[in-house]
Design a protein around this ligand. Structure first.
Ligand SMILES: [Zn+2]
Length: 79
């Protein structure tokens, strides 16, 4: 597993714990989620073909790294 900062994982667990992660639509190729962040609501997509997460937040767009929203969705999938 890739190395992730504790801060991001902590945030992801909080998002899940407080019910901020919602599964919207599940299609054959993609699953769409909404994650309610601190100031904005983000759309997270899980691409089942590429097995990749996509998020519209600035952090993941700029750094190209997995953000807390993606981890929150991933954790939800493991529930
Ligand atoms: Zn994000």
């Amino acid at each position: 597993m890739e190395k992730v900062s504790n801060e991001i994982m902590r945030k992801a667990r909080m998002l899940l714990e407080f019910g901020k992660v919602q599964k919207d639509i599940d299609t054959e190729k993609r699953t769409y989620y909404t994650v309610e962040g601190d100031s904005e609501t983000h759309s997270v997509i899980y691409d089942k073909i590429k097995k990749e997460f996509l998020c519209d937040c600035k952090w993941s767009t700029l750094t190209n790294k997995k953000c807390s929203h993606m981890f929150a969705v991933e954790l939800k999938g493991m529930e």
